[in-house]
Write a protein that binds this ligand. Structure first.
Ligand code: COA
Length: 464
């Protein structure tokens, strides 16, 4: 049975900071953000928004757009790493908000949980719900998988350049118009690590950025190795001599803590895949530089990062490699469109991969390319750490959905914050009753109870 993504909707907060203003305030070269990281704007939440609100707003949009009634939905999962309760799941808040519009008890038949594994948990939720459909358990109902996050780092930290916020919701069913997942090839890797984590009670994460970047690429590469074995043994793909598995993917969507990380990860995976192929010898000759090798043959992350000479040479090699016409061709045709939204919105943690997927669909369609039957490969990564590699085929009815995508129009009513306003919001100096914007027809947070017996209870309304 086919199963996959029928439609996708996004909710992005209406406030943002501009990368150039931010760089100026922090004494940084704006080029570092715009060119080095690929960050132009970062979406910021208002005082009356939390990740549950973002998720509910995205859900309402997809329900209304598809004229769905609560009876059509059998499962609602929320994946997030911005959780604000250790026990009560975020999907319960979302159900509560949706029932303000659809009537109390309208979703009581609906199951679901909140899932957590840093930025990869949404991919696990998609996989589990796809299998719920494939197993015939859905009985005609559909699933909503929402990925919703606020990427917030300490003021003045290096992570502060890679913030953002938003939610993406995907409607899954057995006749998906957008993408049907390839069966029996989903591959995972996992390792107990401390590259990025957020201990109980802390609002911002502890992050070892460079370590995390390298771990991301290693973990995705490991998952890709397993994917490759599965794709070949299941007969999904056949490799001719001189080919790599990546040649059989028309698009690659990567996890995007910032947009240039997609390019970095692509270069890493391609180097790994091409190294054994005849095309590599020619490329090395043309580049006029041998691929550097770390001094320590164990190749642990610590030994690689500690080998300064290797790191400098490898950086030089990567820069040369990413300028070659061979890399540029793959980059432009398979990845570049997926990075556009991330540049304009910033880091969405769990949602960043799926914002990238939506961006890929919209901007590839705008090029006039027929997307029917194109294979999309996904490289999902969550710190702590786990990666997931999987793929799917774009379906014949994709145009019905994609022709109406318009990121610019959806983002248009945004307001740019001054750095002073941003810092006030960042340091939680205002309450939910003092928002920067007066939004209409959206779910908003009204208050968070502080009394001993009901501490943490949240009240939301649909702002008519
Ligand atoms: N002009 C143009 N480019 C510049 C520049 C300038 N003036 N200064 C630096 N750059 C480039 C660097 O060369 C680098 O590009 P490269 O990676 O292609 O070499 C890029 O900008 C970033 O610079 P770098 O020195 O690596 O930045 P940093 O160490 O200060 O911080 C992160 C970058 C990403 C590590 C940091 O922002 C972070 O930790 N963010 C959080 C990421 C995260 O959430 N990870 C966990 C989940 S995956």
């Amino acid at each position: 049975m086919a199963a996959g993504i029928d439609d996708i909707a996004i909710y992005i907060p209406r406030l943002f900071i501009d990368a150039a203003d931010f760089a100026k305030a922090r004494g940084l070269d704006p080029e570092k953000l715009q060119k080095g990281l690929g960050v132009s704007q970062m979406a910021i939440v208002d005082t009356n928004q939390d990740p549950a609100c973002l998720a509910a707003n995205a859900c309402l949009q997809i329900m209304q757009k598809n004229k769905l009634s609560p009876e059509d939905i059998g499962r609602l999962y929320v994946s997030t790493e911005s959780s604000f309760d250790e026990s009560k799941a975020m999907n319960s808040y979302v159900i509560g908000m949706l029932e303000q519009v659809y009537g109390q008890g309208a979703f009581e038949h609906c199951g679901g949980v909140e899932t957590k594994f840093a930025c990869v948990s949404g991919s696990y939720a998609l996989y589990d719900n796809t299998n719920w459909i494939r197993a015939g358990e859905a009985e005609g109902k559909q699933a909503l998988v929402v990925v919703s996050d606020i990427a917030k780092y300490d003021l003045g930290s290096s992570g502060e350049m890679t913030q953002g916020a938003g939610a993406v919701v995907m409607l899954l069913n057995d006749e998906p118009r957008l993408l049907a997942f390839d069966p029996k090839v989903t591959a995972t890797s996992i390792k107990d690590e401390y590259d990025f984590y957020r201990p109980f009670g802390k609002e911002t994460p502890i992050v070892h950025g460079q370590y995390s970047n390298l771990l991301y690429m290693i973990q995705v590469r490991k998952a890709l190795e397993i994917y490759k074995k599965k794709a070949l043994s299941s007969g999904l793909m056949k490799l001719e001599p001189g080919e790599t598995i990546l040649d059989h993917m028309d698009y690659l969507n990567m996890h995007l803590p910032y947009s240039n990380m997609g390019k970095k990860a692509l270069a890493y995976l391609i180097r790994h895949e091409w190294r054994q192929l005849p095309r590599w010898k020619k490329l090395i000759q043309d580049m006029g530089m041998l691929e550097p090798v770390p001094k320590d043959p164990r190749g642990t992350i610590e030994s690689v990062l500690g080998d300064e000479e290797f790191m400098a040479k490898d950086h030089e090699f990567t820069k040369l490699f990413t300028k070659t016409k061979e890399f540029q061709e793959v980059y432009e045709s398979k990845l570049a469109s997926s990075l556009i939204a991330s540049k304009m919105i910033g880091n969405l943690y769990t949602a960043s991969l799926y914002l990238g997927f939506r961006s890929c669909l919209e901007f590839e369609y705008q090029k006039g390319i027929d997307l029917n039957g194109k294979r999309v490969g996904f490289g999902s990564y969550g710190s702590g750490s786990s990666a997931m590699v999987f793929s799917g085929l774009i379906q014949p009815q994709y145009e019905e959905v994609v022709k109406n995508m318009n990121l610019e129009a959806e983002l248009a009513p945004r307001r740019k914050l001054t750095l002073q306003e941003y810092e006030i919001l960042h340091e939680n100096k205002l309450s939910p009753e003092e928002p920067m914007l007066n939004t209409k027809r959206e779910f908003i947070l009204v208050d968070v109870n502080t009394t001993t017996e009901s501490r943490g209870e949240r009240r939301y309304i649909f702002n008519e």
